[in-house]
Design a binder for this molecule. Sequence first.
Ligand code: UDP
Length: 248
Amino acid sequence: MKEGTERKLIIDGKRLDGRGFEELRPIKIEIGVLKRADGSCYLEVGDNKVIAAVYGPREMHPRHAQDAKMAVIKYRYNMAPFSVDDRKRPGPDRRSVEISKVSREAFDPVIMKEYYPKMAIEVYVEMLQSDAGTRTAGINAASVALADAGIPMTDLVSSIAVGKIDGEVVLDLTGVEDNNGEADMPIAMIARTNTITALQMDGHLTKEEFKRGLKLAMGACHQIYELQRAALIERYSKSEGREEKKRD
Ligand code: UDP
């Protein structure tokens, strides 16, 4: 996020990709894409492409890091070197450690960890292609992959960012909007109960803009929740889906 607008991002009331202010990018969800994972999901939001893989519950290693009362959730967000314009140096950095922590905490209220003392539930989120909003795309994919793995959860988590470009509050920023805009605010929530489980803010919003942005993001999370739900219902309403999983 850079200060101020270096280039015009809204022309004749439309954004550069033709979207309205309150419009999401197209979302595609595919479930069970990885054979060796207990649960997996491939998800696209516009030009973002992400794979989430879930393993476990399985024994937590190293043992000294086990929790005698509940499962430990491990969440690793990783950006592939080829996922961005300038090659990203492989391996963890400050940004990926922060995103992993915030994303893990977004799932804390829904995963029923107390069912699995001393175990680990591992979530791997791999960004294959990035165009801003990758942490939120990762949370959406992880949520579906956790459900696919059969991890007991009270609900799904849905996530999206809102921001400010050319003085307007808009939904779901692209890379060019994020780089040249005034603010970016990713949120994660349990749509069914309207419970926010993560909220970050980069840049500045007035109180009014914040309220408007939050309302917009919460509405979008409801839409995303319906897409996640529909993808899971489609996958598990087919008996072949279940058979495939049993055979693996
Ligand atoms: N980005 C990049 N190189 C990096 C980190 C980020 O090109 O090392 C790009 C990438 O497209 C990413 C965007 O900048 O999606 C916005 O990154 P941010 O840290 O705001 O997180 P995100 O919006 O992806 O959750």
